[in-house]
Write a protein that binds this ligand. Structure first.
Ligand SMILES: Cc1cc2nc3c(=O)[nH]c(=O)nc-3n(C[C@H](O)[C@H](O)[C@H](O)COP(=O)(O)OP(=O)(O)OC[C@H]3O[C@@H](n4cnc5c(N)ncnc54)[C@H](O)[C@@H]3O)c2cc1C
Length: 371
């Protein structure tokens, strides 16, 4: 078997890169050992927030902002191609402080971000509660990133798979054991079904990327960081937008469900949902919005963030000709999906990338051992 491009992994990164390459007329084969989207991509909160996640201006913030700017058109395109709603919702992100020192820290960060042209409003406690009346009356202030949004990752993962499939990408089940190199170039993969020749290989295997032999990733470049989530039901909907505190977040869906997250745990590939993990996310949820104490618990789950040592993704060309990366997205793979798709596809096609990929090159991680 042969394909112009072989993509390893059918999470949101693999599917989105495959979509762009298929749209550019390339023959694309996506190899997925499980069900497309079944891992981190379906487990995520779906927060699209450069303001809270990137914290300070710099290349990572710029990448996040470039991706956020793509989201409205990306969601509309996916909905057109797949025939599905992906749950993209505005309303912004609200970061809340429950004591005066934290409120002062937030205000100082807002001043720094505003100095770099970021749209963020500093709110006092009353203004915070006007925006979200269900928040604890002890809220002392907060930041509102009004231009930010959220998406439903389960719908997104499904829509991306459908869109890539309809654009002509082929999907094949089964594990990739290794990337094969020939004359110093990535030229094939050893798949469960046998050898598959490839004009180019894109590694998008999430937390498992460094486990694929021949990946060229330094030890510790991508490791799993477990996150546990609890899903609550509220009727009528209790919240209108994503709310962060310094301990975690709430992500309301349009139908009233509220996703509460999340732990950051270094436990390898242990998928357990634990009593202690759930206690933490539920305490945090009730601290932010006390009425959630009465909300039915619908579902719990965990999965693994593909974490890089500096929290930024590993994107674009590797040090081996023919091998490209779309991995290491850590906490922001949903936010970064549209820009990853455009930038990695451009790299594979030999076109100028739409953003500077130098800060996200694997070379920065040489000697990485993980944090
Ligand atoms: C609890 C939690 C909350 C999160 N919240 C957010 C959020 O609010 N906002 C945000 O932007 N991001 C969030 N993230 C991060 C985001 O989910 C990830 O960064 C993103 O989904 C990574 O996408 P991916 O396609 O690289 O990985 P994955 O979705 O994990 O996909 C990788 C795929 O590769 C396949 N694979 C692996 N090895 C092989 C192999 N050898 N052969 C074949 N297939 C293979 C796997 O089966 C899997 O399907 C969250 C993550 C978690 C865990």
């Amino acid at each position: 078997m042969r394909s112009d491009v072989v993509v390893i992994g059918a999470g949101v990164q693999g599917c989105a890169v495959a979509l762009r390459l298929a749209q550019a007329g390339r023959e694309v084969l996506v190899l997925e050992r499980s069900i497309p989207g079944a891992e981190a991509s379906s487990a995520a909160g779906g927060i699209l927030s450069p303001g809270v996640e990137a914290e300070e201006p710099g290349p990572f913030y710029e990448l996040c902002a470039a991706s956020l700017a793509r989201w409205p058109a990306f969601a509309a395109e996916l909905e057109r191609l797949s025939g599905m709603w992906v749950g993209h919702r505005g309303g912004g992100t609200l970061e809340v402080a429950f004591d005066d020192p934290t409120a002062r820290v937030l205000a100082a960060r807002a001043a720094q971000l505003q100095g770099h042209g970021v749209e963020v409003e500093v709110l006092d406690g009353d203004a915070v509660r006007r925006l979200e009346p269900a928040l604890d009356p002890r809220a002392r202030g907060g930041l509102w990133f009004a231009a930010e949004s959220s998406v439903d990752p389960r719908l997104l993962a499904r829509a991306l798979y459908l869109a890539a499939h309809r654009a002509g990408a082929r999907f094949l089940g089964g594990q990739v054991h290794r990337i094969l190199h020939d004359g110093g170039r990535a030229s094939a993969v050893e798949h469960q079904s046998g050898r598959i020749e490839a004009g180019a290989v894109v590694l998008a295997a999430g937390s498992w990327s460094a486990l694929v032999e021949g990946s060229g990733l330094p030890a510790g470049a991508v490791r799993p960081v477990r996150g546990q989530i609890a899903l609550l039901d509220t009727r009528p909907p209790l919240l209108s937008r994503v709310v962060f505190s310094d301990k975690g977040y709430l992500v309301p869906r349009a139908d009233g469900r509220v996703l509460c997250g999340s732990t950051m745990e270094e436990v390898g590939f242990d998928r357990a949902v634990t009593a202690g993990g759930l206690r933490g996310v539920l305490e945090l949820a009730i601290e932010i919005a006390p009425a959630l104490a009465g909300a039915p618990l619908l579902e719990t789950w965990s999965n693994f963030r593909p974490a890089s040592p500096d929290g930024s993704p590993v994107l674009g060309p590797s040090t081996v000709p023919g091998l490209f990366y779309a991995t290491g997205h850590t906490r922001n793979g949903i936010l970064l999906c549209p820009v990853t798709a455009d930038a990695v596809a451009a790299a594979v096609l030999g076109r100028p990338p739409p953003v500077d990929l130098a800060p996200f090159h694997v070379g920065r991680l040489a000697g990485a051992r993980g944090r």
